[in-house]
Write a protein of this length. Structure first.
Length: 639
């Protein structure tokens, strides 16, 4: 596969980073020219390549700048779907993250580039990615993984010198001197190879050979060129070697050269190591110099940490922007896909319409008759169900009214019967005082009869007012009285159907609520539906609590729900007591009426369906499913 100029730059920059080839910065004139071009360049693949070149140019000298340019290029490449551009930029960003010591991010972004390269079998770029990954793993201490990827690259490039040096260096870090010597001595002589051989000899205790190879590394670097990072590392290795041999002057000399070289190359980690070495060396002989170099080490450490933090912050900002761009791209993609689907559906719909219209020309009249018949049947069924719901509500009201009137009628009947007995006793009496006393009792009884007769009359008039056909006109109404009245009627209606049913009624009415304009018949109907549902729920829970004392289990879903509710009460050592609570409250310019029962509640999976017409959980024949639907419409109409 032929390499493009950008790919060659990528390979060159990586090799420079590894310290194998001569150190060569990108031409500042080219960099400045590219920056000027970026101000007017269109957002296309050419701009992506320009940003990629800048990221590559700054990867070694200014890794933070390399990441910034890389982020800009990566965002643009993602936006215009330049997959190859993404992979190229990710190489240099992975390189910059590695130099900053952010091994996790370096791994992540390099593996993303490798995934694309392997999919298109781009061997040259795969070698690049393997090299970055193995170097990253090596510096992170994961030597076995580093070896795995270095051998992958080694096999692809057919045993090139670069990976002989890399593999030898990894074996050296693993203290496997024989393997390290084997690969390093096979490689072509270079400053980096000489340095690694020197370190390997030093690890085996051969200080003289280590010293000779360190000097050869420096000589080769000054003659043929290398990175300032590598040159600083060689000086640092020499300084440490001399310190171990207690040759303080030579140690200080090379440690200072290591610090100055690292400072020139902005290699902060090298500056930190050299400054610490100088600080510890001067510790006994010159405390002032020791303190001075300790401060330089602290400054280098702070600079390194701040650079990492800045990079992490920029990277988090970039990730956030990239996520936003990806989300926007996905939204546009989804919108486009949806539009296409809608167009296809529309085309299919119109084709279907055309077919239907064609066939309807043949069977038009017959189809029309069937549709009209089905529609009429549906309207009739709906009207019957609504009427059934109204009649059910009327039945509940009637039962409540009958119970309410029964009490004063009992008083009237009882006192009338008592008066009859008193009058007969008075007729048979001979003592005028006794007759007068009986007459007074009759009078008092008549007053009680009149009182209860008027009470029954008021109940009948009130119910006639509530049950007459609604005019739809809103009138000032005491909402507390209305809520209390319908609560008692619903309760008595329930007891009329089931004499054994009992429930505790709790009310908490807000006395600050004034009369409000409502259609009292409609709101009364809403309240009656809510009360009936509440009494139905506690009635079923009460019946279940009475019939499950043997702890039997049933598979019926309603029974399971009731059993769970009952077991919760038993866990609290509280027998089940049916309770319905009604609370009214004034909230700014609105009124809240809250109806609560201690039944088993509504399953979460049907909460969204309870206002749908004809939806009900009651057994067939016990409910039409229109109560809450009609209630919802009434409340909505009242605003």
């Amino acid at each position: 596969m032929k390499k493009s100029p950008i790919i060659k730059i990528c390979v060159l920059n990586f090799f420079v980073t590894c310290g194998v080839l001569a150190y060569a910065q990108s031409d500042p004139v080219v960099i400045d020219s590219l920056k000027r071009v970026l101000t007017t360049q269109k957002e296309d693949t050419n701009r992506v390549r320009s940003l990629d070149y800048l990221s590559a140019a700054y990867a070694w000298t200014k890794p933070d700048s390399a990441i910034i340019f890389g982020q800009q290029g990566l965002a643009l490449a993602t936006r215009i779907h330049d997959v190859r551009g993404e992979a190229l930029i990710k190489h240099h960003m992975g390189l910059a993250f590695w130099l900053l010591g952010d091994y996790l991010q370096a791994d992540k972004i390099t593996f993303e580039a490798l995934k694309y390269e392997e999919s298109v079998r781009d061997t040259d770029e795969m070698i690049n990615s393997y090299a970055i990954i193995c170097s990253n793993k090596r510096d992170n201490g994961d030597y076995r993984t580093a070896l795995e990827y270095s051998f992958k690259a080694y096999s692809l490039c057919k045993g090139c010198d670069l990976f002989k040096i890399i593999i030898g260096g990894i074996y050296m870090e693993m203290n496997m001197s024989d393997s390290a010597f084997y690969y390093l001595k096979q490689a072509q002589p270079s400053s980096y190879a000489f340095w690694l051989l020197g370190r390997t000899y030093e690890e085996t205790g051969n200080n003289e050979m280590a010293y000779q190879y360190y000097l050869r590394s420096i000589s080769d670097a000054l003659t043929n060129g290398t990175t300032l990072k590598n040159l600083s590392s060689v000086y640092s290795s020499l300084a440490q070697l001399f310190k171990r041999q207690n040759k303080i002057d030579s140690c200080v000399y090379y440690a200072k050269k290591a610090y100055n070289t690292a400072n020139e190359g902005r290699y902060r980690k090298g500056m930190l190591e050299a400054a610490l070495l100088l600080s510890t060396t001067y510790e006994n002989s010159d405390p002032r110099q020791a303190l001075n170099y300790y401060k330089l080490a602290a400054a280098a450490k702070d600079s390194l940490i701040n650079l990492q933090k800045t990079t992490q912050f920029l990277n988090s900002q970039f990730n956030e922007q990239l996520q936003q761009q990806q989300a926007e791209a996905k939204r546009i993609s989804d919108q486009t896909r949806t539009t296409v689907y809608l167009l296809l559906i529309a085309v299919g719909f119109f084709v279907a319409i055309a077919i239907v219209l064609y066939r309807s020309n043949v069977h038009k009249q017959q189809a029309k008759t069937k549709i009209e018949k089905a529609y009429d049947e549906l309207k009739l069924t709906q009207a019957q169900l609504i009427q059934s719901e109204k009649m059910a509500s009327l039945g509940e009201l009637t039962a409540g009214i009958a119970h309410e009137i029964q009490n004063p009628l009992n008083f009237v009947n009882n006192f009338t019967e008592l008066n009859s007995e008193l009058i007969e006793e008075m007729n048979n009496g001979s003592d005028i005082n006794e007759v007068r006393a009986i007459a007074n009792d009759v009078k008092r009884n008549n007053e009680k009869i009149a009182f209860h007769g008027k009470r029954a009359d008021a109940i009948v008039k009130g119910m006639l007012q509530h049950t007459r056909v609604s005019t739809g006109q809103k009138e000032p109404t005491n909402i507390n009285a209305l809520a209390d009245e319908y609560l008692r009627l619903a309760y008595h209606g329930m007891r009329a159907k089931d004499k054994s049913f009992n429930a505790t009624l709790k009310t908490d009415f807000d006395d600050t609520i004034d009369n409000i304009n409502i259609v009292s018949q409609d709101i009364g109907r809403v309240l009656l539906n809510l009360y009936n549902n509440a009494f139905y729920a506690v009635s079923k829970a009460s019946d279940f609590a009475k019939t499950t004392s043997d702890k039997s289990v049933t598979s019926d879903s309603t029974s399971r729900k009731l059993a769970t509710h009952s077991s919760k009460l038993e866990a609290n050592n509280a027998p089940y007591a049916p309770t319905v609570t009604v609370v009214t409250k004034k909230l700014n310019h609105k009124i809240e009426i809250r109806v609560r029962d201690n039944g088993p509640g509504i399953p979460q999976n049907i909460v969204d369906k309870i206002f749908q017409p004809f939806f009900t959980t009651k057994p067939t024949g016990e409910g039409t499913g229109l109560g809450l639907s009609l209630s919802y419409d009434i409340i909505k109409a009242h605003g």
